[in-house]
Design a protein around this ligand. Structure first.
Ligand SMILES: C[S@@+](CC[C@H](N)C(=O)[O-])C[C@H]1O[C@@H](n2cnc3c(N)ncnc32)[C@H](O)[C@@H]1O
Length: 748
């Protein structure tokens, strides 16, 4: 579908207008709408929008979250709910017990949200907008004739002056079956349009729908088939229908339902197999518990005692829910070869057992080592809770997320992650606890919302978004892919969510490095870590300027870093800080101009080296308050010096000056806080501040080249060894190392 500007499309919210409206329009809370729109007008407007949609007259998807309000809680029951009609509703005024029954009278418009026209029992009509639904045009959820219960309904004003019924939280919308107790008598007899075949026909028709990607219709047909076999037992058909419905649920990320159906399929198979009929496999609740227990163990040997198709589904469900193994046992080259933009999700168990989450004292909870880890060792590996897959190049997948409550906005990676998180949480109550245990920045507590002991955790979309923002990570398809990007390219990264490793707090001087291969996220030790030590990670590479650095951490994650680098950078006088930045910018522009002229001359390099020496003075003890002799930067990164040193290292290398290349490569490592000595022909990293990155790997490789040229082969080999170790730390595995190191130009 070609996207257009969406002119005349009033179903699509324009975020800037919506923001202005929310902040400036007079408060009409509790009032009745000023006018009613007739059924004809609503339907006509809707038909026009359906036409726009089919013509592609839609803008980029904008998901707009209004000002926060809590979701409806508990279950909708015919006895305990307060039935209301459209005529009873007020503007922005929600009653937690009220339920509005609606029946849709049009096909849905599905783009940024699902929009339809619906009537209540009295025949009154309204535009209904359902946001945050995992809806699509091919397989819509709210089709014409759907009966819905809207919880805590109210009128919401539209920017163009109209009114609609808007639903944001998944629990505020309940799709009802025509025979549900809540459904009014007059709407009950809708069976006429339904498929009337027997179990076999339901299955056949369901398969057809599945092939057409009409997954929800397939689900309905398999359910109907199962209703048939409940009255005319046929275990083979029953197993088949449960298995098929399980497969559809997996596609729709409904893992709880999938586990339930597969458990039924396995139990039915066991009951109808003489050898198994009296085994635990005949008890669906035991099988379901095994499917969801997060363990790789199979003490009942379930997977070896069931037919292959069921075994494969069991593996699929267990991997998708997440299983934990106690050893870091991964074939990374196989996993890496499998992974691609369309195959992000790998079949692998998590390894998290040698780390634990506990209170830190001042930074909330943190991740801690349960054993000693050597530099480079895998600390933990974890499959994503959610990592959306979509085509980066496809404009149709463009999507933006706006939160009108706090005025924030997120581009496509965050928007899709939000959408998929809502979907996964909505359909899998068993996975909610681990997600909602993550920090939401105090949002839920601030409002005084608490849950009863046994209460199902509601999917509050605003809370989901707070948790997403504070805990998600940007991920490339493979970390090693980033090494092959052209300089200064800024590839779009996906946004994903990993629950265990996300407890690692930030430090600018981290002891672990995170990497990604598909949806597997690895943490490796950037230096030796002792049992009991907190594991830290750089959320973002620190800015040179401490104020900018803290500002970024404050606005994105709500804290200021107090690592040793931040303490020392923060104790430098403002004058010196400004001077560092000024000299850095000046040098940067000199270097850029030089780059434009082609190969640098020796004279120009010497000039830059002189300027760098002057900058080094700005890091001397005399420049730091209260310091006289001791150098507070002795083992700390000197961030303003990194880029000029990097330039000089590469420039000396390009003019084949071996001694200078070695000198500046060592300086580069030092300026990253990696203090390296080569005394006695032995490479030793005497201090490692945690800045292991592609530049430091390259610096080691340049050292190896240089020492080789000087005939110092032993030292060169040690540099190469270290470079390879660091390559694994920064990419997660040794895949691609040969290509990376082989492509480097050696001195001739
Ligand atoms: C991804 S979570 C880490 C786990 C978090 N500490 C918790 O208890 O859920 C990110 C949040 O942790 C806290 N945090 C992370 N690093 C921190 C640090 N260096 N100092 C203070 N707070 C930090 C901030 O509240 C941040 O929003």
């Amino acid at each position: 579908m070609a996207l257009s500007t969406g002119i005349n499309n009033t179903y699509e919210e324009v975020p800037d207008l919506a923001k202005e409206f929310v902040n400036k329009a007079p408060d009409e809370t509790g009032q009745r709408p000023k006018f009613k729109v007739s059924r004809d007008t609503l339907v006509r407007t809707h038909q026009r929008h359906l036409k726009l949609l089919s013509e592609g007259s839609v803008p980029v998807r904008s998901l707009v979250l209004p000002k926060p309000y809590p979701p409806a809680r508990g279950l909708v029951e015919a006895t305990s709910t307060k039935a209301v009609h459209l005529g009873d509703l007020r503007i922005d005024s929600r009653d937690g017990d009220a339920v509005l029954l609606l029946r849709t009278i049009t096909a849905p418009y599905v783009w940024s949200s699902t929009v339809t026209v619906a009537e209540d029992e009295t025949g009154d009509v309204a535009r209904l907008t359902v946001c945050n639904l995992e809806d699509n045009v091919v397989d819509p959820i709210v089709t014409e004739g759907t009966i819905l219960a809207i919880r805590q309904p109210c009128w919401t004003r539209l920017v163009d002056g109209g009114y609609h019924i808007r639903v944001d939280h998944p629990s505020d919308l309940v799709l009802l079956q025509p025979n549900d107790d809540l459904v009014p008598e007059a709407w009950r007899d809708d069976d006429g349009q339904n498929f009337k075949g027997d179990a076999a026909q339901c299955k056949k028709e369901g398969d057809m729908m599945f092939l057409k990607k009409r997954f929800r219709q397939a689900l309905e047909l398999y359910t109907k088939g199962l209703q048939h076999v409940s009255t005319t037992p046929d275990s083979a058909a029953e197993i088949d229908l449960y298995r098929k419905r399980c497969g559809v649920s997996i596609v729709l990320l409904r893992l709880d339902d999938a586990a339930k159906d597969l458990a039924e399929a396995i139990a039915t198979h066991a009951r109808s197999t003489p050898d198994l009929s009296s085994s635990e496999l005949a008890d669906a609740s035991i099988v379901k518990a095994w499917l969801q227990n997060r363990s790789t163990e199979d003490p009942l040997h379930i997977s070896t005692r069931i037919p292959r198709p069921l075994k494969e589904l069991a593996a699929r469900i267990k991997f998708d829910i997440g299983i934990n193994q106690s050893t870091p046992d991964y074939n990374l080259s196989v996993i890496s070869a499998y992974v691609g933009p369309l195959t992000l999700h790998v079949d692998a168990a998590n390894y998290i057992s040698d780390t634990e989450v506990r209170e830190t004292g001042s930074r909330g909870r943190g991740l801690f080592a349960k054993k000693d880890f050597k530099e480079g060792e895998l600390i933990c590996a974890e499959k994503a809770f959610v990592l959306p897959g979509y085509f980066m190049q496809d404009r149709n997948s463009d999507c933006l997320l706006y939160s009108l409550g706090d005025g924030t906005a997120a581009p496509r990676p965050g928007a899709w992650l939000f959408k998929e998180l809502v979907q996964k949480l909505r359909w899998n109550p068993s996975l909610r606890k681990e997600f909602f245990d993550m920090g939401d920045g105090g949002y839920w507590e601030e409002h005084g919302w608490e849950l009863a002991e046994e209460e199902d955790i509601p999917v509050d979309v605003f809370r989901v978004e707070y948790i997403r923002r504070l805990n998600c990570f940007s991920a490339p398809t493979r970390s090693s892919d980033l090494l092959n990007q052209p300089p200064n390219s800024n590839p779009e990264l996906r946004n994903g969510f990993w629950t265990h490793a996300s407890y690692a707090n930030h430090s600018c001087l981290p002891n672990s490095i995170r990497t990604f291969i598909g949806d597997l996220r690895f943490l490796r030790a950037a230096r030796d870590i002792a049992a009991g030590e907190e594991i830290t990670n750089q959320y973002v590479a620190p800015d040179i300027d401490i104020d900018e650095r803290q500002e970024k951490l404050r606005t994105t994650w709500g804290f200021e870093c107090d690592c040793q680098l931040c303490i020392i950078d923060g104790s430098v006088s403002e004058g010196t800080r400004k001077e560092r930045l000024r000299q850095f910018e000046e040098l940067k522009s000199t270097v850029m101009k030089l780059g434009e002229k082609g190969a640098p001359t020796i004279t120009s390099l010497k000039k830059i080296a002189r300027a760098l020496r002057e900058m080094e003075i700005l890091y001397s003890p005399s420049r730091i308050e209260g310091q006289t002799t001791e150098d507070p930067y002795a083992t700390l990164p000197r961030l303003a010096l990194v880029h000029p040193t990097l330039f000089l290292t590469e420039a000396w290398r390009s003019v084949k000056n071996i001694d200078r290349t070695i000198e500046y490569a060592l300086k580069l490592l030092r300026n990253f806080g990696l203090v390296v000595t080569t005394e006695g022909g032995k490479l030793e990293v005497v201090h490692n501040a945690g800045f292991v990155n592609v530049e430091t790997v390259r610096a080691l490789n340049y050292l190896a080249e240089g020492y080789t040229s000087r005939g110092e082969d032993e030292l060169a080999a040690q540099c190469r060894e270290k470079a390879k170790q660091w390559y694994i730390i920064i990419t997660g595995s040794e895949v691609g190392a040969e290509q990376f190191f082989g492509s480097e130009q050696f001195f001739s």
